[in-house]
Each structure stands twice: as C-alpha cells, then as structure tokens.
Design a protein around this ligand. Structure first.
Ligand SMILES: NC(=O)c1ccc[n+]([C@@H]2O[C@H](COP(=O)([O-])OP(=O)(O)OC[C@H]3O[C@@H](n4cnc5c(N)ncnc54)[C@H](OP(=O)(O)O)[C@@H]3O)[C@@H](O)[C@H]2O)c1
Length: 311
C-alpha cells in the first residue's frame, strides 16, 4: 500500500526513518507532492498538512496523525468527509504525560518556585508544608491520557476531579463531572487545573477568565492541551491579580513562541516547547501499519476520530 508523507513543519522522512525502513515491503512511503501516480495513494501520514494537500489524492481513504491530537488535520480544507482520520493512542505516551503533569503538580504543592527564588537570594527559610490531600486537582478531559494522569495523581494522594463530555463511572479517589454545569461544580475549590482536552470548536478558548475566577484563589494552571484553548490575556490578568499563583505552559497559540512574547520572562510561568509527551516512532509506525491492514481487508481502521465531535 502506498502512503504519502505530508507536513509543512516536519521532515517526515527523516523523523520517521527507522519506521519507514521497518515497514519496507509492506508500505511504500512517498513524499508529498513530488512523485507520479497520485491515484495509487490510499493512505497518508500527516502533521500540519498544507491546505490543498489532500486534493491531489482522489483515492485517499485514511489520514494518520503522528500524535494523539488531530486538530491540524481536521482543519485542513482539502480533507474530504469520506476520509477517515486516525490518531495515535499509546499507553506509554499517557505515562510520559502523567510524569510531566505530576512534576508540575508537586512543583506547585511543595512551593518549589518560592524555594528557587529564595535560593537565588540565599534565603534559608522553611515554608509551611502542605500534603497532597490539601491540594485538589481538576483535570479537563478524561480520555486516553487524562484518565492515566488522574489515576496517578489520585495514587499520590491528590484529591482528583475530572471533567468530560459524557458521564463516567466513579473510580477510587476520583470524582467525575461532565457537561457545562459539571464544569462549574468541578472548578469549585480546584487549586491545580490540568488541561488535557482536544481542540474542538467547543473547547477553543475554554481556559479563560471565568474558569480561573471559579478556581481556588492562588491556583495553578498546567496547560498541556493546545495553545488555542487558552485566552492568553486572561491568564496574564489572573496571574497579575493573584487569582492564579503560577502556570506551566507547554503549548501556545504561536509555536515556536515568538521571542518578544511576555510569557518568556513572566516570573509566574514555567514554559516548555510543546514537549510534554510525543507518541513513540514505533507507535506511529504501528498505527500506519494497522490502518493499512484494515484498509486492505476492507475494514474500518481503529482509533478513527469522530468528525462530528472533532476528537
Ligand atoms: N502537549 C503535548 O505534548 C500533548 C501530547 C499528547 C496530547 N496532547 C493533548 O491532549 C489531548 C487529549 O488527548 P487524549 O488522547 O486523552 O484524547 P481523548 O482520548 O480523545 O480524550 C479527550 C477527552 O476530552 C473530553 N472532551 C472532549 N470535548 C469535550 C467537551 N466539549 N467538554 C468536556 N469534555 C470534552 C472527552 O470527553 P468524553 O470522555 O466524554 O468523550 C475525553 O474525556 C489531545 O487532543 C492533545 O490536544 C498534548
């Protein structure tokens, strides 16, 4: 089966070289758009595709993302309705994300930002200790990644609340909320808010003033979803007023973050360059192979995104 590599931001052939070599003989990888026989392409591996990318392939049946998120593929104007979009679901990626979120949660709970500032000024001063049980965490999104993060934080003793679109059964140490009304209830007394939502029309701009105001004063934001979830001016206002005491940001409206952006030097912000957790090369290759096998067998691939909900 022929699979076209499509990206405006990555050298896909270089990044996925080990998997391209491993799948040789099963998948014929070609580079968009410089090859003949576009009619033979049934599969694409894509990340930030150009707007007209998929128009070139009349027999394209499925597009695999290189990640858990698919927003940059769904927003591609040339993506036809009859093309399945497949995302990567990998337990090891959820585990990586969990470690990332836990690090930031403990950074806030144990006041490491204050200790770091004290160290810079050679100040030896103990601060009142707080147990994890005293720091309620709210998680937006209880999917493949959010569920793992919630379970691990609960195991560490944090009171965990999760919010999703549909109702979830209760699990030990985790209180579940859903829907718009559930969001307000979940935010009440939440001190650390973790965003693990997909970017959809419903979730765009969800990290805004109303949400920050509903949290416990002095709260902390861990933003690992997508940059478009956050209203940046509202975050800065919440930090300036003390409603939030800090924020860990991994994703941004503009990536790379422009050098002149105020987030770089804000004392309350810890930032990373969209590096919380990648899907492994093997998981991406495995997703392409499983999708190709499903197409060959005339079946629907696994992990297909619902085009109605956008995730
Ligand atoms: N920073 C990074 O490096 C990085 C890495 C990986 C992923 N991510 C981000 O993490 C996101 C989540 O990944 P995932 O694999 O966990 O996704 P997922 O399995 O699709 O789960 C999405 C969760 O969000 C909930 N949700 C969606 N729309 C909602 C709405 N309008 N209101 C309330 N809840 C809503 C879903 O609710 P239901 O359960 O009711 O369907 C589900 O619980 C990705 O889309 C991506 O944006 C970031």
């Amino acid at each position: 089966m022929r699979c076209v590599l499509v990206s405006t931001t990555l050298d896909m052939r270089a990044v996925f070289a080990p998997e391209i070599a491993r799948l040789q003989g099963q998948i014929d990888f070609v580079d968009h758009p410089d090859f003949a026989a576009a009619n033979d392409v049934q599969l694409a591996l894509a990340w930030h595709p150009p707007a007209d990318a998929f128009a070139r392939y009349p027999n394209l049946k499925a597009v695999c993302s290189i990640a858990a998120g698919v927003d940059n593929i769904l927003s591609c104007p040339s993506l036809r309705d009859n093309i399945d979009v497949v995302r990567v679901v990998e337990p090891a990626q959820a585990q990586m994300m969990s470690g990332f979120v836990i690090w930031h949660a403990i950074w806030h709970q144990r006041r490491f930002a204050t200790y770091r500032a004290q160290q810079q000024n050679k100040i030896w001063q103990r601060l009142p200790q707080r147990t994890a049980q005293q720091v309620p965490v709210g998680i937006l999104g209880h999917g493949a990644i959010g569920a793992r993060v919630a379970a691990d934080l609960a195991m560490l003793g944090f009171p965990v609340k999760v919010w999703s679109r549909s109702a979830k059964p209760p699990s030990p140490g985790i209180t579940a909320f859903h829907g718009r009304d559930g969001l307000r209830a979940m935010l009440q007394d939440t001190e650390i808010l973790v965003n693990l939502l997909p970017l959809t029309p419903e979730t765009r701009g969800i990290l805004n003033r109303d949400v920050f105001t509903a949290m416990r004063r002095g709260g902390y934001l861990i933003q690992v979803g997508r940059g478009e979830h956050l209203v940046e001016a509202d975050l800065l206002a919440a930090l300036d007023s003390g409603q939030l005491s800090g924020a860990a940001l991994d994703v941004f409206l503009a990536e790379p973050l422009p050098k002149e952006h105020s987030f770089w030097s804000h004392p309350g912000i810890v930032l990373t360059p969209h590096d919380a957790c990648d899907a492994s090369l093997a998981a991406v290759g495995g997703t392409v192979l499983a999708t190709a096998e499903a197409l060959r067998a005339g079946m629907r691939p696994g992990n297909v995104v619902d085009r109605g909900t956008g995730y």
